[in-house]
Design a protein around this ligand. Structure first.
Ligand code: AMP
Length: 297
């Protein structure tokens, strides 16, 4: 196996997205999808996920391009996971319209030998039990990054705690950090979360950037300025995918966050996967350069 491999597990879905000015139905989405497209720009992605027999060939083509290993991409008879979300004018408030699990209900991945040995693992947002079951099968883990969502903090708190305590990097947005820790202050949230196990806590603060709590050190990073937000769906997943890819390339945690932020900014600028999928290396590098200037400023 070459060096820069990443294992990504999460949802693969067909999303219906409503913004104040547009609506798109059944477009390619899911946490693993965004993470894979982002990570695939600079790492060798092994994708773990499930799709139904309604999954479009165009989506499969994207996965073939963005990955090196689809041996754990299962296709089953039935409907692909689907999710609908509506954004308010300020983008911060997202309302879930529906979640239909479809074939996800039967998802119980058994990793292939090759996938068990991938050292950098990104457990994108899915049920914490699934995150744990994949993690338990990974025999050569070097860095485990996890993401989650408010739903699991509400409904699966204990399982989620177990996942958090097994990871090296926790990605959490500021609302979820408050919900989980019941603390208002980011520094306190960082301390409570670090006490569960992970050395690195990344609190995502939307248009204000992100904070990294690593040991006793705090670093802040800003954002790449976007003229026109089109659809923020998947920004967090692309952020995580970008971090995983950079870590797989041996980059520092800060450089990895810069890569994640560049890919997240691209995701927001188009509907669904469009802009991040089409982004080239030069555009990503340009954004990374700007982001470096925002460090701790
Ligand atoms: P984000 O905007 O980063 O929170 O991620 C959005 C993606 O998460 C969408 O493409 C959805 O398909 C997916 N998603 C939404 N709800 C869930 C869920 N309960 N489990 C897994 N994935 C989900």
């Amino acid at each position: 196996m070459s060096n820069n491999n990443t294992l990504i597990v999460g949802s693969i879905g067909l999303d219906t997205i409503e913004t104040i000015s547009d609506r798109k139905e059944s477009i390619l989405g899911g946490s693993a999808t965004y993470a894979t497209i982002a990570a695939g720009k600079s790492s060798a992605v092994h994708l773990v996920g499930i799709i139904g027999d309604d999954f479009p060939p165009s989506g499969m083509k994207i996965f073939k391009e963005a990955t090196v290993d689809l041996s754990n991409l299962e296709q089953k008879k039935g409907k692909t996971f689907s999710w609908g979300g509506r954004y308010a004018r300020d983008w911060d408030n997202r309302h879930t319209l529906f979640t239909e699990l479809g074939v996800f209900k039967e998802f119980d991945p058994v990793l292939t030998q090759q996938n068990k040995e991938v050292p950098i693992i990104f457990l994108a947002n899915i049920h914490p039990s699934l995150q744990l079951s994949v993690l338990d099968q990974c025999t050569k883990r070097k860095f485990v990054i996890i993401d989650t969502m408010n739903l699991w903090i509400d409904t699966e708190r204990e399982k989620l705690k177990e996942v958090i305590s097994s990871c090296d990097v926790l990605l959490i947005n500021e609302f979820e950090a408050k919900q989980f820790t019941r603390r208002k202050n980011h520094d306190d949230q960082g301390t409570v979360l670090q006490a569960l196990g992970p050395q690195n806590i990344i609190i995502k603060c939307g248009s204000k950037g992100a904070k990294l709590y690593a040991g006793h050190q705090l670093d802040t990073i800003g954002v790449f300025p976007i003229k026109n937000v089109i659809d923020p769906t998947g920004a967090g997943d692309a952020f995580g995918g970008g971090i995983a890819a950079s870590l797989a390339n041996g980059e520092t945690m800060i450089e990895s966050i810069i890569n994640g932020s560049a890919l997240a900014s691209l995701t927001i600028e188009g509907f669904g996967i469009d802009t991040v999928y089409n982004a080239n290396v030069d555009e990503i590098e340009k954004r990374k350069e700007h982001l470096r200037t925002t460090l701790n400023s």
